[in-house]
Design a protein around this ligand. Structure first.
Ligand SMILES: Nc1nc2c(c(=O)[nH]1)N[C@H]1C(S)=C(S)[C@@H](COP(=O)(O)OP(=O)(O)OC[C@H]3O[C@@H](n4cnc5c(=O)[nH]c(N)nc54)[C@H](O)[C@@H]3O)O[C@H]1N2
Ligand SMILES: Nc1nc2c(c(=O)[nH]1)N[C@H]1C(S)=C(S)[C@@H](COP(=O)(O)OP(=O)(O)OC[C@H]3O[C@@H](n4cnc5c(=O)[nH]c(N)nc54)[C@H](O)[C@@H]3O)O[C@H]1N2
Ligand code: SF4
Ligand SMILES: [Mo]
Length: 736
């Protein structure tokens, strides 16, 4: 009773919303919480890992984070979280958190320095490079894992304050193909769906997407679907998602484009097309119909390795249902024809009229917690709010909105990530600033990356939570950043929902939030005046609202963070005029009225001839190497999740490779034996896991192991410049 009394008292004094779960568990007859687990403060925060955007309640006691619960009332996760979410606080307290800036001395050793020296060095070094080589000689590489407010301040500071022209981010590795596909087809980068569509579909088609592992709580939404949906997975591997599907199509790597064009041909030939929708809301149908004529069933079967009857069966299953949704992720985007493949999926949705209605859509799932925010607010490839640097009117709008001279806004787009590195190699870009990404593990073709960083970059600044990352260890100057759980701002999830992240604890030592670091740099650089209105994340959010006003992604109707918290997040668009009609609906999808964002409001059919794989297996390198997410417990380069003992127990610590039993017999390799994997770029040693998850002739390595990108082949989609991580040629040898 005493405990209950204390708990009620605490409820009265709480500083944030307490979860239903905590309240229940502490008052139920069998579940009194021990005193050490009773928080004195709770924050409600969107998870800082994947783009599902679950809301977590973070609890602390005497300023120490103690535990996490999943918000039961939040419309995204409805009380659930995955292992990374549950463990999100435990990774903050780690001995390799940066607590002070580090600067390389004359012997190349990183030494602790004060912030004053760090900031002075940052500005003087970059300024001197710019003075000698011009404003295009420096660039930044950002991320989809910091807040909208951080991203916008970084983008405005670098381009408008410091005069830089080039910046890109890790979202290039991830979402660029989807972004380009949507922009070209719909007229704006706009994933049309809402998560309720997962529950309202009769048929869900997942292409190159493994939500069981990569978006576990989205997968739970699929499991809540009461319509006994047909779940179809198109993936070379028998993934966890494929194993749970009603139909798995183990397509040959990088042959999706042929499959989708062949499907379009089947729809057209059988008159399974929603002609009214096509006539009223699309352009270029006739040209598309002519184009797909050569994609016969025989051709598709030959290219994809799937049976003709399987392809016909797939077409019929899509045709027979009224609410069909298509979902794609990295198996599509990370391809040398990723943009066209994404558009081939969109074409199917347009042809069959599966868009704008519940349970439908051509739906790209984003990756990182704020990949969507980086698309709208990073000010890299596109000018704020999805505008164009090359458009005079767009530049004037932004200048007016930010009250800066229009001349401050570059008139050209940033180079893409790979192009920035090419300029580094050419000696044109000499200074790099890397924020919240770890290319020393994640960038394609590692040996080239290392060569560039060590021999071509004059000044490398790395801003990260940990000083131990592969990238931070190469830094001339390392800036210690606060992480998720220690800062405030907003993220946008896969269904366009803005949500708030709240701090629950202080950053360690003298580390600072990214926002504060950018502000300090602005002052030191001498452009602090430009950012007086950008006082803190909350006031910056008001600037972001202005930047979106009148755009498809208009969020001007969202009053403030309190409103976002009260409403359970809000999906864009939510303009001032929306707001006049009252509270936002809990779930909203786009294109219900069939009007798209091109000036004629019509979507386009976009298509192109199929190109051969950039590095197909041959007699010397006979295997396809696939890579991707291997476990729900690890996140990318493991800098964060690798700090949780619990998460570490959930996946093998050392590099492994999945290999088909038939190939294992041929090569005389047994389960758990060591093998060497060699590509034209490098070689690594791994433990063989003999399992039929992969097809014969294919092997799979999770991307969480640093070694994987020593092997990958640097080829890129020509429209999106996204790296084609997913497939290259390797050979396999038993280590005797
Ligand atoms: N646990 C965990 N979750 C994560 C992440 C993480 O690191 N860990 N990262 C997040 C991020 S940033 C992202 S982008 C997402 C990625 O989420 P997903 O894209 O779902 O994950 P991946 O495993 O990279 O790739 C998906 C599938 O593409 C398949 N694939 C490979 N080549 C082809 C092909 O040619 N055609 C087809 N159809 N399929 C192919 C692979 O076999 C793989 O199963 O996950 C997010 N969620
Ligand atoms: N072979 C292969 N390679 C791949 C992929 C693949 O499928 N196969 N997938 C690609 C994809 S989709 C992606 S998204 C990339 C991801 O690649 P990365 O972005 O390199 O991976 P992360 O480990 O997420 O790196 C984020 C870094 O930011 C730091 N950090 C976290 N939060 C904060 C913060 O608030 N502030 C600051 N300053 N730092 C912070 C972390 O410690 C970490 O070092 O990898 C790509 N690489
Ligand atoms: S599914 Fe994604 S957002 Fe939800 S708890 Fe897991 S990592 Fe976090
Ligand atoms: Mo990603």
């Amino acid at each position: 009773m005493k405990l209950f009394h204390r708990f009620s008292q605490m409820l009265k004094e709480r500083q944030g919303p307490l979860t239903e779960e905590l309240r229940l568990s502490s008052t139920s007859s069998h579940g009194m919480l021990p005193d050490r687990l009773l928080p004195d403060k709770t924050s409600a925060s969107i998870c800082g890992y994947c783009s599902t955007g679950c809301q977590l309640h973070l609890h602390s006691k005497k300023n120490k984070p103690i535990n996490v619960t999943a918000s039961a009332s939040y419309p995204v996760n409805l009380g659930a979280a995955c292992p990374k979410g549950w463990e999100s606080l435990s990774v903050l307290d780690s001995k390799d958190r940066g607590t002070m800036p580090l600067l390389k001395d004359v012997n190349g050793r990183q030494q602790i320095v004060s912030w004053d020296i760090a900031l002075e060095t940052f500005c003087s070094r970059f300024k001197s490079i710019q003075k000698l080589h011009g404003n295009e000689s420096t660039a930044w590489i950002g991320t989809g894992q910091i807040t909208n407010e951080d991203l916008a301040l970084l983008g405005a500071l670098a381009k408008f304050g410091m005069g830089w022209v080039h910046g890109d981010g890790n979202t290039r590795q991830c979402m660029a193909s989807a972004v380009t596909a949507y922009k070209q087809t719909f007229g704006f980068d706009a994933p049309p769906y809402t998560y309720a569509d997962l529950e309202a579909s009769d048929t869900l088609v997942f292409v190159g997407s493994n939500p069981c592992i990569a978006h576990p709580i989205l997968w739970q939404r699929v499991m809540r679907n009461q319509r006994h949906p047909d779940i179809i997975v198109i993936d070379p591997r028998m993934t966890e998602t494929a194993a749970a599907a009603s139909l798995h199509l183990p397509i040959r790597p990088k042959s999706d484009l042929t499959l989708f064009y062949a499907l379009a041909r089947i729809f057209i030939q059988n008159q399974w097309v929603d002609s009214d929708f096509v006539k009223n809301h699309t352009n270029d149908y006739d040209a598309f119909a002519t184009f797909v004529e050569s994609f016969t069933l025989e051709r598709a079967a030959l290219t994809t390795g799937l049976k003709e009857s399987t392809i016909m069966n797939l077409a019929a299953r899509i045709h027979e249902k009224t609410a069909v949704s298509f979902w794609w992720t990295m198996g599509v985007n990370q391809g040398y024809q990723g943009t066209r493949t994404a558009q081939a999926i969109i074409n199917l949705a347009l042809l069959t009229g599966n868009i704008g209605r519940p349970g439908t859509g051509a739906n790209s799932i984003t990756g990182q917690c704020n990949a969507m925010g980086s698309r709208l607010f990073s000010n890299t490839t596109s000018l704020f709010g999805g505008r164009d640097f090359q458009n005079q009117g767009d530049r004037e709008e932004v200048a007016k909105c930010l009250k800066i001279p229009v001349a401050r806004i570059p008139t050209k787009n940033s180079l893409a990530y790979d192009q920035i590195l090419k300029q580094v190699d050419a000696g044109k870009i000499k200074g790099l600033w890397i924020v919240a990404t770890n290319p020393g593990h994640s960038w394609i073709d590692q040996s080239n990356w290392l060569r560039l960083v060590r021999t071509k970059v004059d000044f490398l600044v790395v801003q990260d939570m940990y000083y131990s990352t592969e990238t931070a260890q190469e830094a001339d100057l390392y800036l210690p950043a606060a992480g998720w759980g220690e800062k405030l701002g907003t993220f946008i999830n896969s269904e366009r929902r803005l949500g708030v992240i709240e701090p629950i604890t202080e950053p360690p030592g003298e580390s600072r939030s990214d926002f504060d670091i950018f502000k300090s740099i602005a002052c030191q650089w001498g452009c602090g005046d430009m950012f007086t209105e950008w006082k803190d994340p909350a006031s910056t959010f008001q600037i972001l609202k202005r930047l979106t006003r009148g755009r498809p992604c208009d969020i001007s109707g969202i009053k403030d963070y309190a409103m976002l918290q009260r409403e359970g997040g809000i999906q864009w668009p939510f303009s001032e005029s929306h707001a006049k009609n009252g509270s936002p609906e809990k779930e909203r999808r786009l294109f219900g009225d069939g009007s798209f964002y091109h000036p004629d409001q019509r979507a386009r059919f976009l298509f192109e001839s199929v190109q051969p794989p950039t590095e197909p297996p041959d007699s010397s390198y006979p295997f396809w190497l696939l890579s991707g997410r291997g476990t729900s417990a690890q996140w990318h380069t493991q800098t964060r999740t690798g700090k949780s003992p619990m998460l570490l127990q959930m996946a093998p610590a050392a590099l492994y490779v999945e290999l088909h039993p038939k190939d294992a017999v041929k090569l005389n390799i047994r389960h758990n034996e060591k093998v060497q994997i060699i590509s034209r770029r490098g070689s690594v040693e791994a433990t063989a896991k003999v399992m039929a998850t992969v097809q014969p002739g294919q092997v799979f390595i999770p991307m969480h192991y640093q070694e994987v990108n020593r092997l990958t082949h640097p080829s890129f989609d020509s429209y999106s410049r996204q790296p084609s991580y997913k497939a290259c040629a390797v050979q396999l040898n038993k280590v005797s």
